[in-house]
Design a protein around this ligand. Sequence first.
Ligand code: GLY
Length: 387
Amino acid sequence: MPTRTSDVLVVGGGIIGLVTAWRAAQRGFSTAVLDPEPGGGAAQVAAGMLAAVTELHYGEQTLLALNLASAQRYPDFAAELTDLTGLDLGYRRCGTLAVALDADDRAHLRELHALQHQSGLDSEWLSGRECRRLEPMLAPGVRGGLRVDGDHQVDPRRLAGALVAACERAGVVLHRTWAERLTVERDRATGVLTREGEVLGAGQVVLAGGSLSGQLKGVPDDVLPPVRPVKGQVLRLTVPERHAPFLNRTVRAVVRGSHVYLVPRENGELVVGATSEELGWDTTVTAGGVYELLRDAHELVPGITELPLTETRAGLRPGSPDNAPLLGPTALPGLLLATGHYRNGVLLTPVTGDALAHALSTGELPDEARPFTPKRFGAGALVEQSV
Ligand code: GLY
């Protein structure tokens, strides 16, 4: 028998689990979150780019629509959280400049520009000189770039802190422990058994465990989300007053096939990311990872080597077979998913909260989230390994 029950129990207290819990509580559900460290997870590592336009990929137009819907919600979402908690999220409408260093990069960027244009997105092609006029610290070798004024940033650590505070204010109960297994009775999810052996009952359970979401025991195989960890190493540097402003906007590039981005915060932090490695649960920061990021960032912005390196860290993106999230009801009554956000977890936080609150209230996803039903993977979907 459950010792404590709630209408909604969210397994996982990263930003996706927290936004789901907060929005559920706002709709009048008694809500609990289960996580040993609410507000932790990938958001503690992520750079926080809101890059719907600059991270557009061929074949991901459906995801683009969701990304844009979430980007549009960010100003109100950030203002609501700040009003409620008094905490600033570091939401900065700074725009992004994607640049090319050689002829191959330039061709790649031209293709991206064409795709953006076909998709009705705003981006402007700039010469190398025009790029350097915007960002004087750029290397003289920059051959051209795309100015995207609509791709902004938020500080994911601040976002996570504000969501914890918002949840607490909304009366969400935070159980600071691990989930041992999902409890299922008569083909319905009924709650979770904690590591300490306590049974927490719930009318509906939302599995929002990031890259760990596919590991929860007790979830039937055909419902278990096909998510996998994709490691990203990220560096944090500090821009001393005398160098400010070092960069005015996010600067990014593809260097020798690897993505590198530099995200300047208003408080002087400069985030440099990120590797993309399929190494299971490994979160080691390696000399090779740090070397490659600094080498590529230095090619873009040579002055970076003057800055103090203040933090190195690795996190795990929850990758899904089609790089898109799994949202809403599963084939197991009482169990919903909010996971698989891969490279877009921070961007998709507002729309995920809204979609899950709608699904918890009505049993249906709202129109914009319908393509992301977990049911698209069908029974027994296998985790697809990327190559
Ligand atoms: N969206 C940036 C990353 O996943 O590295």
